[in-house]
Design a protein around this ligand. Structure first.
Ligand code: TRP
Length: 347
């Protein structure tokens, strides 16, 4: 029998503007794989639309946000003509919801209650203002991963706990039913080794460089969005938080400067070593910020030009093909689980 290709998968949420952290951290590693290692792997890039309103959103904007995310995948260079590349919307594949309900019954309330993302929200808002959808978020995410026999998932540090859960629940069901219902995703360590550069996954906020660049930042001043004009991006970089040491260095005492160095490496397609060699020891931060602003401005201009050129007809036709194929694939895994738990007759 022919061995199935290993699956690399990620979901990029659509409830807010995408930023360079999403781009460098999640999208680029996928696109790299899809273009450089096509044929070797299957690449799934999807919009987890059911995850979009686990916290409240403006629903009148969701549909447009979903389509925009898909266009961004294309503008970022995802090769749509590759038959091993699939793009889809989670809610168009009902198996995600169906498997979630089954997995729910093998998941402990305490286990979900210990998830930091959930705990943080509870602490901030109180438990009546946090939805069961948010509580259940990691189970749906596990279903997203397990339905496609996924091995590799590029996600940031904030998602490693969820990834560990996907592994745990896969192992748990496999053991419980004494069969290989699910492919167990690789450990976080192996994920990092596989994707090589995990720097993209650690892009920090420009104002508070101790936290990840994130769309939930209220002011948006520390976040560079993919639809920021080059001028706005330049202003944000100019006012990025640094320190008073007056010496460019890459170390934990200088999180702001270290972040700028990492960003410059990513946006100028150079190694971190090379960038460090050029800037470390300089007594002014201006030139580093200037160099970064130039690279980011170039990147944004190119990216926005590509985004404007995305052909919706081609995109929609690819969506239709992928969603059909993914329904078939996901239903196959779902059916095995339904048989194992006794919802379907065993043949
Ligand atoms: N939770 C991820 C995030 O917020 C998005 C996501 C949903 C995801 N389902 C997934 C990522 C499955 C990887 C695999 O970034």
């Amino acid at each position: 029998m022919k061995m199935a290709k290993q699956v690399i998968l990620t979901g990029i949420r659509a409830n807010n503007d995408l930023h360079i952290g999403n781009y460098m951290g999640a999208m680029l590693p996928m696109i790299d794989m899809a273009t450089k290692r096509a044929g070797e792997y299957q690449v799934n890039l999807f919009v987890p639309d059911l995850h979009s309103f686990t916290t409240p959103i403006d629903h009148s904007k969701l549909q447009e946000a979903i389509m925009n995310n898909l266009r961004v995948f294309v503008a970022a260079g995802l090769p749509l003509d590759n038959p091993d590349v699939h793009i889809y919307r989670q809610s168009y594949i009902p198996a995600h919801s169906e498997l979630t309900i089954v997995l729910d019954c093998f998941t402990g309330v305490g286990e979900m209650g210990r998830m930091t993302q959930y705990k943080d929200k509870i602490q901030k808002n109180g438990d009546d203002r946090v939805s069961v959808g948010l509580f259940n978020y990691p189970v749906l995410m596990a279903a997203d991963i397990l339905l496609y026999n996924t091995s590799y998932i590029p996600v940031g540090d904030d998602q490693t706990q969820h990834l560990e859960f996907a592994r745990d629940i896969a192992l748990r069901l496999n053991a419980n039913f004494n069969q290989d219902l699910f492919v167990v995703p690789k450990s976080v360590k192996k994920q990092h080794a596989f994707f090589g550069k995990d720097q993209g996954l650690r892009i920090k906020d420009l104002i508070d460089p101790t936290k990840k660049m994130s769309k939930s930042d209220e002011s948006g001043r520390g976040v560079i969005f993919l639809n920021d004009t080059p001028e706005i991006a330049r202003k944000k970089i100019t006012s990025a938080t640094t320190d008073s040491l007056s010496r460019v260095g890459y170390n934990t005492d200088q999180p702001g400067i270290s972040n700028l160095l990492e960003l410059l490496a990513l946006f100028s397609s150079r190694s971190l070593d090379e960038v460090r060699k050029e800037f470390e020891g300089q007594t002014q931060y201006g030139p580093l910020k200037e160099a970064l602003a130039d690279s980011v401005a170039n990147f944004l201009t190119d990216f926005q030009t590509s985004l404007a050129k995305v052909d919706d007809k081609v995109l929609k036709s690819k969506l239709e093909t992928s969603e059909k194929a993914m329904n078939t694939a996901a239903n196959r895994v779902l059916f095995k689980v339904q048989q194992a738990v006794g919802l379907r007759p065993r043949d």
